[in-house]
Design a protein around this ligand. Structure first.
Ligand SMILES: [Zn+2]
Length: 84
């Protein structure tokens, strides 16, 4: 019985971490939340929204740039669709 409880808790931790990874959330944080809160963390990570993808693709060379970059790191093209 105790073994089953420990395995169940570990499965909650791993599943929470996996779902967090798919939703671009912090994997380590959700692993430990799953470890400590079990099924509650699992429900929470299922309900939480995915983090929006904030990188941008250069229209000239197609390189993916970081969120805050004003110029393409690859070809130095200035970003035109600067978000607010
Ligand atoms: Zn570029």
């Amino acid at each position: 019985m105790e073994t089953f409880v420990i395995i169940f808790w570990l499965v909650c931790a791993v599943l929470s971490a996996f779902i967090a990874y798919r939703k671009k959330r912090r994997v380590e944080t959700w692993f430990f939340l799953g470890l400590f809160f079990g099924i509650f963390a699992l429900v929470a990570v299922i309900l939480v929204r995915s983090r929006p993808d904030l990188t941008w693709r250069c229209p000239i060379c197609g390189a993916m740039n970081q969120e805050m970059a004003f110029f393409c790191y690859s070809c130095n093209t200035k970003r035109t669709d600067i978000p607010l």
